[in-house]
Design a protein around this ligand. Structure first.
Ligand code: PLP
Length: 365
């Protein structure tokens, strides 16, 4: 009996490179590395979270039943949604998976932005579905959301993903665009607001509460600094949250993570500081990088290093201790994505990128 199903069409997720692996490969001191490849919080977790995690240690022998419901309530209050509409997941990625289980049947599709986040398609394929994409490239060479283009690309997919702001481009969109798409397509419009805290734009959460065909996902991984604990949440239309509970993995978020999320919600100051740092950093990079950058509403900047090869530029930066994301796997072999670091890390990254870019351009003629 052939036990594995046919996985020939599936790929592994490509994460940003980690500090330990880069340090080992190049014989560098991990403490000297600036990791700007995964859009993590450069300030670390909120101080209250470290304490909450320590306090949670003696309770890890019990299932987090009541805790899960408590944190759901706290999230609901924080986003201004009824608790019935809020669900938790193992990161926003866990929310995509679980909503996918409730929505997708064999052969159903998801429509995703290109360039965009690879996990939407992976998650759909894992469930026997397929991915097709709509382009974000505009005629002037930038990236932008256009409701008409999304609607034109739509061909009966069950879920249409809109990432606001988008990864890796930093492009944001408006609630009006989301609404126009939802009016025109049949499926669920799933707005991924993983980077929403960094943007000035309005959230799509009110739409998810008004309509039956818009959902929103958010995460504690970025602005809240809890990427290592895997906590995300969704605001789903009426009725969908009960479907979610039928298909979700039991206790999908651990107790330590739940206590950490609760502590993080109680520390607005840390988020504010993180967002201010991101705004400073994206402006600093935009102004001081010699290579062209794209407008961004998130905590990272997409940099066009053509005619140089992005994988070579990223490789050389790595040898110098600055880890950035080569966006070849996003379909952008001419770009690198640089997360905002601490002020010191961001300044160092700009110096090194300018240096490597000048050298590489000299060599390529
Ligand atoms: C980081 C990220 C996520 C969420 O990650 P989790 O850690 O699973 O919450 C979701 N969408 C995009 C576009 C991201 O960049």
């Amino acid at each position: 009996m052939k036990i594995l199903r046919d996985l020939s069409e599936l790929d592994e997720y490509v994460p940003g490179r980690g500090v330990e692996e880069v340090a080992r490969e190049h014989g560098l001191d991990p403490d000297e590395l600036a990791k700007l490849a995964s859009n993590e919080n450069p300030l670390g977790p909120p101080p209250a979270v470290e304490e909450a995690v320590r306090e949670a240690a003696p309770t890890v022998n019990v299932y987090p039943t009541a805790l899960h419901e408590d944190v759901r309530g706290e999230v609901a209050e924080a986003v201004g949604a009824p608790v019935e509409n809020v669900v938790l997941g193992a990161g926003a990625d866990g929310v995509f998976d679980t909503v996918g289980r409730a929505v997708l049947e064999d052969g159903d599709g998801v429509l995703t932005p290109s360039p965009g986040f690879s996990y939407y398609g992976m998650s759909a394929r894992n469930l026997g579905g397929y991915e097709s994409s709509y382009g974000l490239r505009t005629d002037d060479g930038g990236f932008g959301y256009d409701a008409g283009r999304i609607v034109d690309a739509y061909d009966g997919e069950k879920i249409v993903y809109i990432t606001a702001p988008n990864n890796p481009t930093g492009t944001d969109t408006t609630v009006e665009t989301v609404e126009r798409v939802a009016d025109e397509v049949d499926g669920l419009v799933f707005v991924d607001e993983a980077y929403h805290e960094f943007s000035d734009r309005e959230s799509a959460v009110p739409l998810a509460l008004e309509r039956d065909d818009v959902a929103v996902a958010r995460t504690f991984s970025k602005a809240y600094g809890l990427a290592g604990l895997r906590v995300g949440y969704g605001v789903l239309p009426d009725g969908m949250a009960s479907a979610y509970r039928k298909v979700v993995t039991p206790f999908c978020v651990g107790g330590v993570s739940l206590r950490a999320a609760s502590a993080a919600l109680g520390d607005d100051g840390h988020v504010t500081e993180t967002v201010e740092l991101a705004r400073w950093g994206r402006e600093y990079m935009t102004e001081n990088l010699d290579a062209p950058t794209y407008d961004t509403a998130a905590n990272f900047v997409l940099v066009d290093v053509s005619p140089c090869d992005a994988s070579e530029v990223a490789g050389e930066l790595e040898r110098r201790g600055v880890i950035v994301r080569d966006t070849t796997s996003f379909g952008l072999p001419e770009c690198i994505r640089v997360s905002v670091g601490t002020r010191e890390e961001t300044r160092r990254a700009v110096r090194e990128i300018n240096d490597v870019y000048a050298d590489a351009r000299g060599e390529s003629g």
